[in-house]
Design a protein around this ligand. Sequence first.
Ligand code: HAM
Length: 418
Amino acid sequence: MIQLIRGFKDILPGEVELWQYIEKTVRSLFEDFGFKEIRLPILERTELFARSIGEDTDIVEKEMYTFPDRNGDLITLRPEATASVVRSYIQHKMYAKDPVQKFYSIGPMFRRERPQKGRYRQFYQINAEVFGIDSPFIDAQLIFLAMKLFSMLEVTDAKPHINSLGCPKCRLNFKESLSAFLSSVTEKICQDCLRRSKKNPLRALDCKNSSCREAMVDAPAITDYLCSECSQHFETVKHVLEKFKIPFVIDKHLVRGLDYYTRTTFEIQTGSLGAQNAVAGGGRYDGLVKALGGPDQPAIGFAIGLDRLAEITGIRNKDLLQKPDIYIAALGEKSMPLAFEWSCNFGLEGIRSEMDLSNKSLKSQMKRADRLKASYVLIAGDNELEEGSVVLRNMTTKKQIPIPIESLVEKVKAEIKL
Ligand code: HAM
């Protein structure tokens, strides 16, 4: 038997209802805050990700699904959505109409990481991206929005961890001092960190290796190197979060795994996910639009891991399962075609129906109706048909009433009061 690929998964009925519920909540909340949906391709040119996420990152170096197209062009299954949203903002000159644009999107991403609980090779993200606003108020509003979504979805222990990565100006001095620090701990850090320590020392702060983590405990903090504008920006973000009564943790070593970040960066962490404790991550990327050939427009966004969110929400899947409103138990040659017609008409009237087309016994059909948790059963045998009415059974109260077969669909609809 052919099995699915490691790190990939099927989302089956029974689980998918929860995903639909989350998606519906996201759409309604984000649209209330002025975000518009954007749907972008899953395949993009490799160069787009290499240039935006950064050549020295784990994602680009080790995790992308990259292959030559039939004409030789290198293409990649998107490992994240931000680069594509920026490409689209530039390509369609959306800034010309209004530099301020707010997008959200929901869809699959692909990273060839080592699969484990909460970490998949195809996973899903809910993305929110805002262009054209440099005010720190929007930084705080995005964190507020993510936290609001978590509370609507009954996630109880999510907490934002925040940091500021400054601008390229503050970064210059910080990089130098971090490089110097790394050369003092060369025996303790991994080969990747050693290799990246001159060109991109920030990556060492994000290394997953436990000995590197230990070595980095005493590393310098970027917040000590912020210029006055970046420092003021960060202060305002914290102030607004406090005003909104959102508790947060300042994590001076939070740099995130992607190179494009500037100023505010954040991760929303939870204790209920084990090792994969980040349910969302994001931050500013003020230089990326320009770096990819667009105008000098600031931007900020975040992505929530939908797979992880589905694992920690307090909403219970069993409360969302679809059940038939009515099960039609057709018994006999004459009743079958009539029941089939009713079942199609029930569907058109928004009444969910289920029936058996293979003429099984009443007992076995009642068993199936029970198993499917149908609210009502319509019992239509040839004998009943001859008398001009069938029986409607309420499966909760067990009460049975006759329903005339003329205009049956309307009569049932009135009876079951949908
Ligand atoms: P990221 O931190 O790489 O950021 O991913 C965001 C979230 O996606 C993570 O916090 C996690 O919940 C989920 N995630 C990531 N990798 C996996 C995986 N292998 N399996 C399951 N879930 C995963 C970004 O992707 C940025 N583009 C976020 C952003 C948007 N920054 C600005 N705008």
